[in-house]
Design a protein around this ligand. Structure first.
Ligand SMILES: Nc1ncnc2c1ncn2[C@@H]1O[C@H](COP(=O)(O)OP(=O)(O)OP(=O)(O)O)[C@@H](O)[C@H]1O
Ligand SMILES: [Mg+2]
Length: 473
């Protein structure tokens, strides 16, 4: 075990020697300073755990040293030595964070016990700090939230970040999967290099291979010059494959080879290139189900599914909802030049009880909507957009279903109704989405914004409808 470092700041060499002899049998490594500037130099360069501080120094008041430690939040525990009778000064020192004081002349036993207590205090402080850092984090990189569910996410990110192992992030839409991938990168030793995100749902299938691996001039029509792909740009850094389950099966086998060997060929080239990238991937589908249903390669799944991180839905994060909402309110109010500072209690209650199907992305949209359309300092329930402004939100869901049932059914839904009494939820959702897309003249990003989901969610859903319809026909 290493011995505790103790600095004795005392202008009298005789007294320093006396203190040294008192502490000779204690587990301390002593060093000495005879004046204030030497002491500060030593503290600055290598702060001791414990400091014995005489307040009467030739070049400065010992209180200045205490202040220095206090202001710079140096984790040194200070025991002050005071001349007989100057208790007021000692009290003053305690205000600046001194742990204890001893009146001169100092007795051996008193010095030993005080230092032992100070040492214990230091250790406890360290334990509390570590505990706080590990279990009471209010924020972590871009994340806001201190719920137990998020603490365990932070913990996994922290442990996984230094490794090369692939991380597989799952979670509902808008739960922060991309934020998680960014946090992994920033926390990792690769943070100085590039973080490259590729959205497998947003890039057309034919372009995807070239996006990942790059291409050479003339590889296909329009390839007018050589171009690096994400794999090359992310060399030494992190490659984030977002919406991974949307990747084409053929490309999945190329990716598998790339992951296994670290090598790839640019489109149109036979030259093998080698890079060192860390893979992080994300999906809001159930990847195992995708494997079982033959849409995702099993071998690729097991290659990638090394460290899973499941992001909890917003409704599972308790009062994190209010912390995130408050931060968003301040930020968005500033951006929009509005004066909103907080939510009224009834609004907090509504937020805590709402289901948040679109998670944090939906919360962002709700707050942006109310800030833009209203004025004031406090957010009231009447300012909330639907369905949050309804008294009972389950009534809203029921009313949507009732509305859908009352609407003339399409051929498909009629076919389904013959088998079931209730319209399947996917069909209710499909109708609602298609109606919004029609309302937006076929503009999917616009419809997605109104529905408070990402465009890729709509594209993804469109694909599953085709499959579901094929099954019901
Ligand atoms: N814990 C959090 N605190 C604050 N902001 C957050 C948190 N989690 C996510 N966000 C914000 O919410 C938005 C959605 O996050 P992100 O894009 O990472 O989610 P996602 O899971 O990838 O969504 P999708 O499935 O729709 O692609 C972003 O603006 C992000 O900054
Ligand atoms: Mg995403």
């Amino acid at each position: 075990m290493t011995s505790t470092r103790v600095l004795v700041v005392e202008d009298s060499p005789t007294l320093s020697a006396v203190y040294g002899s008192y502490l000779a049998n204690e587990p301390y490594q002593l060093s000495f300073a005879e004046n204030g500037s030497d002491a500060i130099e030593l503290i600055k360069n290598n702060p001791p755990k414990l400091l014995i501080l005489d307040l009467n120094l030739p070049d400065m008041d010992g209180m200045g040293i205490l202040q220095y430690i206090h202001e710079h939040q140096i984790p040194t525990v200070v025991v002050v030595l005071t001349a007989h009778g100057s208790v007021d000064l000692a009290v003053e020192a305690m205000k600046f964070g001194a742990f204890d004081f001893i009146s001169k002349p100092v007795e051996a036993k008193r010095l030993q016990i005080t230092l032992r207590n100070a040492g214990n205090n230091h250790e406890l402080k360290e334990i509390v700090d570590i505990f706080k850092e590990r279990y009471e984090r209010e924020r972590y990189h871009g994340f806001i939230g201190s719920s137990p569910a998020m603490q365990s996410v932070y913990h996994i990110i922290e442990n996984a970040a230094p490794s090369q192992a692939t991380v597989f992030v799952t979670g509902e839409s808008g739960t922060g999967k991309e934020l998680c991938a960014e946090a992994l990168h920033k926390q990792s030793p690769r943070s100085e290099k590039e973080f490259v995100a590729l959205n497998c749902a947003a890039i057309p299938k034919e372009l995807m291979e070239s996006e990942i691996f790059g291409h050479v001039k003339g590889a296909f029509t329009g390839a007018s010059k050589d171009r690096d792909g994400a794999a090359t740009i992310a060399n030494g850094g992190t490659l984030f494959l977002d919406e991974l389950c949307e990747m084409d099966m053929e490309l999945q086998s190329k990716i598998l080879r790339f992951i296994q060997t670290g090598t790839f060929q640019k489109v149109g080239s036979s030259k093998l290139e080698k890079v060192n990238v860390r893979f992080v991937c994300a999906t809001n589908k159930d990847p195992l189900r995708e494997v079982q249903e033959g849409r995702f390669r099993e071998d690729l799944y097991y290659r990638l599914h090394v460290i899973p991180i499941q992001l909890p839905a917003l409704r599972e994060r308790g009062s994190d909802i209010l912390k995130i909402a408050s931060k968003l309110l301040i930020n968005i109010s500033n951006e929009e030049n509005k004066a909103f500072k907080k939510f009224s209690e009834p609004v907090n209650k509504i937020f805590l009880n709402y289901f948040w199907p679109g998670n944090i992305r939906q919360l962002e949209n709700v707050i942006r909507n109310l800030v833009v359309l209203n004025n004031g300092g406090v957010v009231l329930p009447s300012m909330l957009p639907p369905p949050l402004n309804q008294e009972n939100e389950s009534c809203v869901i029921q009313s949507i279903v009732a509305h859908e049932r009352a609407m003339p059914t399409t051929d498909n839904s009629a076919a389904v109704e013959q088998h079931h009494d209730v319209t399947p939820l996917w069909l209710v959702e499909k109708d609602a989405i298609e109606e919004t897309v029609r309302f937006c003249d076929g503009n999917i990003p616009k419809a997605a914004a109104l529905l408070e989901v990402s465009p890729s969610t709509i594209y993804r859903k469109k694909q599953t409808w085709d499959e579901l319809e094929a099954k019901t026909l």
